[in-house]
Ligand binder design. Structure first.
Ligand SMILES: NC(=O)c1ccc[n+]([C@@H]2O[C@H](COP(=O)([O-])OP(=O)(O)OC[C@H]3O[C@@H](n4cnc5c(N)ncnc54)[C@H](OP(=O)(O)O)[C@@H]3O)[C@@H](O)[C@H]2O)c1
Length: 348
C-alpha cells in the first residue's frame, strides 16, 4: 500500500475544502482510493431520503468516496444522487463507490443477481469495490434483537466462502466491479482466502476507532497489500440500542481525545477522523449534518495531530469491539468472541 504524504500539525482553517486535497490510499491495482468516505448506514434513525441528501451534501463539499450496502436499504435513493453528480460534471473515475453483498445472498446463484440489483439501484455501470459484508451466510432480518438467531446458521465454512468469492471474481472478469474485498474478517479467515483467491481482496472493511485499533489484524492486512477501511470511526456514538453492551467505552469522551480536541478547538469526532487518516486507514464516518460532513472531510485533509498525540492515542486502545455480531452465532451457549477467532483458529 502506498499513500500520499500526510503531514502538518497546525489547527485547520475552515472553509478550504477541496476534493483534490483529499489524501488517498493506493490499492494493489494502482487505483487511488480517497482516504475518507461517507458511511450510509443510518442506524435506523434516518430515512433513506435523508441519507441520500447526505450523500448529495458530501459530494458537493468534496467527498468522492461513498460506502454503500444493499442491506442499508437506500441504494435506490442514492442512485439518483450519483446520477445527478455525474451529469453535473463529476467524472466517474473520480468517484469511489462501494457496495456489499448481504448474508442471505451468499449462495452461488444469488451473488451476481444481488450485485446487479445494487448496480442498478446505484445507477452505475460498474462499482469500484464490492465486499462480502460478513463472512457468515446466516440470515437475520434487519433490525432484529441481538438474541435473534437463524435456525440454519452455520460457522465459517471456507469452501462455501470461496464459492461466493469465485462469483465476485467473475464480476471483476466481466468489468462490472474494479475491486473485491472483505469485511468483518479475521486473520485465520484471511489467510485461507489469500491462499485460494485467484483475485486478491483489495480492501478489508473492519471496525476501527481509538478504543478498538485491532493492531494485529491491521498490520496483517497492510502487510498483505490490502487497504484497511475503518467503520465506526467515531465509535458509532448513535448506534442502535441492539448494538450496545454493558462496558462499551465511548471514544469521544476519552480524556486524551477530549484534550486534543480542546487544543484544536474542534469536536472530539474530528480527532477520531484525523487519527484514522494519520494512522493509515480510510475512515467512513456517517453523518447527515452538513457541518459534521464538512468537519470530517476537513479532519481528513488537515492531519492536525502531532506525533506525540498519535502515540498517546495508540495508548488508549481498549480492545473494545462495539459491533459484536451476536446474530451470526450458530450454536447454543456461544459467545460473540467465537465470531472473531480470538484464539487464532477459525471457531467451528
Ligand atoms: N462493514 C460493516 O459491517 C459495517 C458496520 C458498521 C458500519 N459500517 C459503515 O460505517 C459507517 C460509519 O459507522 P457508524 O455510522 O456506525 O459510526 P460513526 O461514523 O463512528 O458515528 C456516526 C455518528 O457520529 C456522529 N458524528 C459524525 N460526525 C461528527 C462530527 N463531525 N461531530 C460530532 N459528531 C459526529 C453522528 O452523531 P449524531 O447523528 O448524533 O450527530 C453520527 O451519527 C456506516 O454508516 C456504514 O457505512 C460498516
Amino acid at each position: 500500500m502506498t499513500e500520499q504524504p500526510i503531514s502538518g500539525t497546525s489547527a485547520p482553517a475552515r472553509g478550504s475544502l477541496d476534493a483534490a486535497k483529499v489524501p488517498y490510499r493506493t490499492a494493489y491495482t494502482g487505483a487511488k482510493i480517497p482516504t475518507i468516505g461517507l458511511g450510509t448506514f443510518g442506524s435506523d434513525r434516518f430515512s433513506g431520503e435523508k441519507i441520500a441528501e447526505a450523500v448529495q451534501i458530501a459530494i458537493s463539499v468534496g467527498y468522492r468516496h461513498i460506502d454503500c450496502a444493499a442491506v442499508y436499504g437506500n441504494e435506490h435513493l442514492i442512485g439518483p444522487v450519483l446520477r445527478d453528480a455525474l451529469a453535473g460534471g463529476i467524472k466517474r473515475e473520480d468517484l469511489w463507490i462501494t457496495s456489499k453483498l448481504w448474508n442471505d445472498k451468499h449462495a452461488e446463484a444469488d451473488v451476481i443477481p444481488a450485485f446487479e440489483n445494487s448496480l442498478r439501484d446505484l445507477q452505475l455501470d460498474y462499482l469500484d469495490l464490492y465486499l462480502i459484508h460478513w463472512p457468515f451466510p446466516n440470515y437475520h432480518a434487519p433490525k432484529v434483537d441481538v438474541t435473534s438467531r437463524d435456525p440454519n446458521a452455520k460457522p465459517y465454512i471456507h469452501e462455501n466462502f470461496m464459492k461466493t468469492w469465485r462469483q465476485l471474481e467473475l464480476l471483476v472478469d466481466r468489468g462490472l466491479v474494479r475491486h473485491i474485498g472483505t469485511s468483518n474478517m479475521t486473520i485465520p479467515k484471511l489467510k485461507l482466502l489469500l491462499r485460494d483467491a485467484r483475485i486478491k481482496p483489495a480492501c478489508n472493511e473492519m471496525e476501527l476507532h481509538p478504543h478498538f485499533q485491532q493492531p494485529e489484524l491491521f498490520q496483517y492486512v497492510v502487510d498483505n497489500g490490502i487497504v484497511p477501511i475503518g467503520y465506526a470511526p467515531i465509535g458509532s456514538p448513535r448506534r442502535p440500542d441492539r448494538d450496545r453492551t454493558e462496558g462499551d467505552s465511548v471514544d469521544i469522551e476519552d480524556p486524551v481525545i477530549v484534550r486534543i480536541a480542546q487544543r484544536l478547538n474542534v469536536h472530539p469526532a474530528y480527532v477520531c477522523v484525523a487519527w484514522a487518516v494519520q494512522h493509515g486507514h480510510i475512515p467512513i464516518p456517517f453523518s447527515v449534518k452538513r457541518e459534521q460532513i464538512e468537519s470530517n472531510l476537513h479532519a481528513a485533509i488537515s492531519a492536525p495531530l502531532t506525533d506525540s498525540e498519535m502515540m498517546e492515542i495508540k495508548g488508549i486502545d481498549k480492545n473494545c469491539r462495539l459491533i459484536k455480531g451476536q446474530v451470526f452465532l450458530w450454536k447454543e451457549n456461544q459467545s460473540w468472541e467465537d465470531l472473531w477467532d480470538i484464539h487464532g483458529e477459525i471457531t467451528q
